[in-house]
Design a protein around this ligand. Structure first.
Ligand SMILES: [Zn+2]
Length: 63
């Protein structure tokens, strides 16, 4: 059996089924945890995008 490492908590775990794609997380808890983190990350990305946008628009127009 192949040992996998959880992409969330880093704990080693064994996949329960040899079929299908390898699972990334040791438990449903970790999967939910990662979904929350992804949501926060993408929200932060959008925030940075908006700030960069504003900075570009604030530049004076070339004379
Ligand atoms: Zn985990």
């Amino acid at each position: 059996m192949r040992t996998l490492y959880c992409a969330c908590c880093g704990r080693p775990f064994h996949r329960t089924s040899p079929r299908g794609p390898a699972p990334l997380y040791c438990s449903a808890d970790c999967r939910a945890q990662m979904q929350v983190r992804r949501r926060v990350w993408s929200a932060a990305d959008r925030l940075v995008d908006r700030k960069a946008d504003r900075r570009v628009r604030a530049l004076p127009a070339p004379a």
